[in-house]
Design a protein around this ligand. Structure first.
Ligand code: HEM
Length: 749
């Protein structure tokens, strides 16, 4: 028989803290050595090792190779219940993919607060530094289907489910702190515009097409978000190297009932890093699972991804002191105005056991909050509060998906909800209503002192009206601030991204309207994009800038109004100011052939491992490679199965024979040249320099580290160069116009 366990038979195994919760003291109980979510998931785990094969009814199966037939050449019999069960189950294996964020990857971990946040919030998981709260995180792209590439230019979802002792808290955020729209009513519009076009379902996982830019060009409130999506933030090097944001302004409420506004942040300890667009497109072909693989392998290797949890707290009395509205989700609070306090750390330390059961079936919902946290009237947030539960009813097939193990709270669930598709809980007793006397009034409501949730009593005295506050009408100041806060290289990447995206647009008026909008953000930016498109910025638009106007509205009233103040720059917005540790966990390709020099290989490998990086050999053939002294190393990849875009840096060890065998393969020179063009650190020892020269890589350029004999010094210099992530000065010949081809590489060697 299988080792399947009924999830409701092991009540006695529940964490001991549940007992204390029943007495009302749900906070600060601590989980001791046991992670309650691991224990909870274990109730549903099945492993077949050493077990007989059975049907879903537990019948042992004797022949899983042949269906039941009338004679060995005859038709299959209807009677074959084993055949029908197997095929029926298979026929129904797929569930609808998420309507957005369909492509995702998940991981388990835990969160710990650094010190009690009782001053600001009564949320139990933010009180006790010794308490580890289990979490499940799902990263995603927005536009593509479930099987689409990880490296699409897109927003990344960053959704965290905290399994707290007071119930689940879901922080359903993105890697970008603002959004395209201010009102959730527009969400279907922006998503329809970005998804593949409905007549031919092209393009997959890409915003570079007419309908997306048509919508954006008529919808100026999206311009701040557009700057972020056109920046390198939209092509991260790794999920582990991107920030996360709750986007909306939320509320913290403390025990005394005092409320403050709060914005949530995740800060990766590995710093912020991206790939370049050419690289992203190539990775999409070479390894469309690049981010999923990276997350999985990092956790398997024990390189647990970590983020610090940050909060920006604003007193209620300061609500109106900013040049923007705190309720407007197209705005950030610059960190230089309200610093981000780092209050805790999240560590992801466990890969899911089963992708479908966990990553696919997990259901995040903004409405899952705990006492001490509350909403604001941000109209995007308000609409999201409806959307998630609603969509999940269809996606997960009914109202009981909270019982699916990955969604199940570790806090006990007792209520009068009953029945529905796939109900797992066997509710005992006669009563399923409240009030009741037959069950002594149970389950009973919890007072506030017993962690009973109460909504913040915000005063509202208003007319019922379909309108937007004038304080939401400055669509450009923060877009300009974002652009001005970028380094020259980052700005250049934005120019190129816009040239690419708008270059794919087939309808000229859409391009022109976009140029007019970009000119509102920054005239030089618009001019550079216009040059790339062979257009001029239109002096005047033939329709109002904002076409998102009610039928009887006065278009003038709905046009953007720039704030009178210049918002300056926010250095925190530039990725080059957030490099973190750009060596730890990075992958370095060693290009090696038979006859390599052992010392030059081993010195570099050892230094990289000591610095926390990984060294992988890429060779003309798979199998083993023999060095000039007879030492052998395993080839991790052949030049055919690897590509420079899958690595962070390249090193070519010494060894004349090794270099000669590499030079017989075009892929080896392509490998180093492509790494050079993507501004990666490149190293070569002794004869390895010949390969760089053959590829046309200028050995005197920044980040090209060459050396002879003193391999220890070479390794140290190589690792220092890696700390910069990329050597952007190599792009400088392109940065002025973005149009010139790369300089003649061979001529500069
Ligand atoms: C600040 C703006 C938003 C952010 C940060 C955001 C974030 C996310 C994330 C991270 C997911 C993926 C969850 C997962 O991994 O399972 C998601 C899914 C989804 N979002 Fe949003 N979203 C935003 C706006 C909206 C709006 C305005 C709506 C609708 C009014 C919406 C509707 C949905 C839906 C329907 C899903 C699929 C949920 C599922 O099937 O489980 N989102 N969103």
């Amino acid at each position: 028989m299988s080792t399947r366990k009924n999830d409701k038979t092991s009540k006695s195994k529940k964490p001991t803290t549940n007992g204390s919760r029943a007495n009302g003291s749900r906070r600060n109980a601590g989980y001791g050595a046991v992670d309650p979510k691991i224990e909870d998931l274990a109730k549903n785990m099945e492993e077949s090792a050493g077990e007989f094969l059975t049907s879903d009814q537990g019948i042992r199966i004797n022949d899983n190779q042949n269906s039941l037939k009338a004679g060995n050449r005859g038709p299959t019999l209807m009677e074959d219940f084993l055949f029908r069960e197997k095929i029926t189950h298979f026929d129904h294996e797929r569930i609808p993919e998420r309507v957005v964020h369909a492509r995702g990857s998940g991981a388990h971990g835990y969160f710990q607060v650094y010190e009690s946040m009782a001053q600001y919030t009564k949320a139990g998981f933010l009180q006790d530094p010794s308490l580890r709260t289990p979490v499940f995180v799902r990263f995603s792209t927005v536009a593509g289907s479930r099987g689409s590439t990880d490296l699409a230019r897109d927003v990344r979802g960053f959704a965290v489910k905290f399994y707290t002792q007071e119930g689940n808290f879901d922080l359903v955020g993105n890697n970008i702190p603002v959004f395209f729209i201010q009102d959730a009513l527009k969400f279907p519009d922006v998503i329809h515009a970005v998804k593949p076009e409905p007549h031919n379902e092209i393009p997959q996982a890409a915003s570079a097409h007419d309908t997306f830019w048509d919508f954006i060009s008529l919808f100026p409130e999206s311009m701040h978000m557009v700057m972020w999506v056109m920046s390198d933030r939209a092509i991260p090097r790794s999920f582990r190297m991107m920030e996360g944001f709750g986007v909306h302004t939320f509320r913290f409420i403390n025990e005394a009932g005092k409320a403050r506004f709060v914005k949530f942040h995740w800060k990766p300890l590995l710093g912020l890093h991206s790939v370049v667009w050419d690289e992203a497109q190539k990775i999409s072909g070479k390894d469309p699972d690049f981010h999923r693989r990276d997350l999985w392998e990092a956790i398997e290797n024990g390189d647990y991804p970590e983020w610090e949890f940050g909060v920006q707290i604003v007193e209620e009395r300061d609500e109106h002191k900013f040049d923007f509205d705190l309720l407007d989700p197209t705005k950030i609070i610059p960190e230089e105005i309200v610093p981000v306090q780092r209050i805790g750390k999240m560590t992801l330390n466990r890969n899911p056991d089963n992708f479908f059961a966990e990553t696919e079936q997990v259901a995040f919902h903004l409405g899952n909050i705990v006492p001490g946290i509350d909403f604001t009237n941000d109209p995007l947030l308000q609409g999201r509060l409806f959307s998630y539960l609603d969509t999940q009813l269809t996606r997960l097939g009914g109202p009981n998906f909270h019982e699916i193990p990955i969604n199940r709270s570790v806090a006990p669930v007792h209520n009068n909800n009953r029945d529905g598709f796939m109900r797992q809980t066997i509710n005992r007793g006669r009563t399923s209503y409240d009030p009741n006397s037959l069950r002594g009034g149970c389950p009973f409501q919890a007072g506030m002192d017993m962690s009973g949730f109460t909504s913040y009593a915000e005063r509202i005295d208003a007319q019922k009206i379909r309108e937007r506050s004038p304080s939401f009408f400055d669509h450009f100041s923060q877009a300009t601030m974002f652009f001005n806060s970028q380094s020259e290289v980052e700005q250049n990447h934005i120019v190129k991204a816009l040239r690419f995206e708008l270059g794919k647009v087939e309808t000229p008026p859409i391009r022109e309207r976009m140029l007019a909008l970009l000119a509102q953000v920054d005239k030089t930016l618009a001019k550079k994009v216009a040059d790339g498109l062979g257009l001029t910025i239109p002096a005047k638009l033939d329709m109002p800038m904002n076409m998102s106007v009610p039928a009887d509205g006065d278009p003038k009233k709905f046009q953007p109004k720039r704030a009178k103040v210049d918002m300056g720059v926010s250095p925190a917005l530039s990725m080059v100011n957030n490099l973190g540790d750009a060596v730890k966990t990075r992958k370095v390709a060693f290009l090696v052939g038979d006859g390599f020099d052992e010392l030059s290989l081993m010195e570099m490998k050892q230094a990289l491992l000591t610095a926390g990086a990984q060294a992988m050999t890429v060779a003309p053939h798979l199998g083993v490679l023999t060095g000039q002294e007879g030492e052998v190393v395993k080839a991790d990849f052949s030049l055919l199965t690897a590509s420079s875009v899958l690595f962070d840096a390249v090193y070519v060890p010494d060894g004349q024979a090794s270099i000669q065998s590499l030079m017989q393969e075009n892929e080896s020179t392509n490998f180093v040249l492509e790494a050079y063009r993507h501004c990666k650190t490149i190293g070569a020892a002794g004869a390895g320099v010949e390969l760089l020269r053959a590829a046309g890589v200028p050995v005197s350029e920044a980040g090209v580290i060459v050396g002879d004999e003193d391999f220890e010094a070479l390794a140290a210099e190589f690792i220092e160069a890696m700390r910069l992530h990329r050597h952007w000065s190599r792009e400088s010949s392109e940065t002025q116009t973005g149009e010139q081809p790369l300089k003649n590489l061979a001529a500069t060697t």
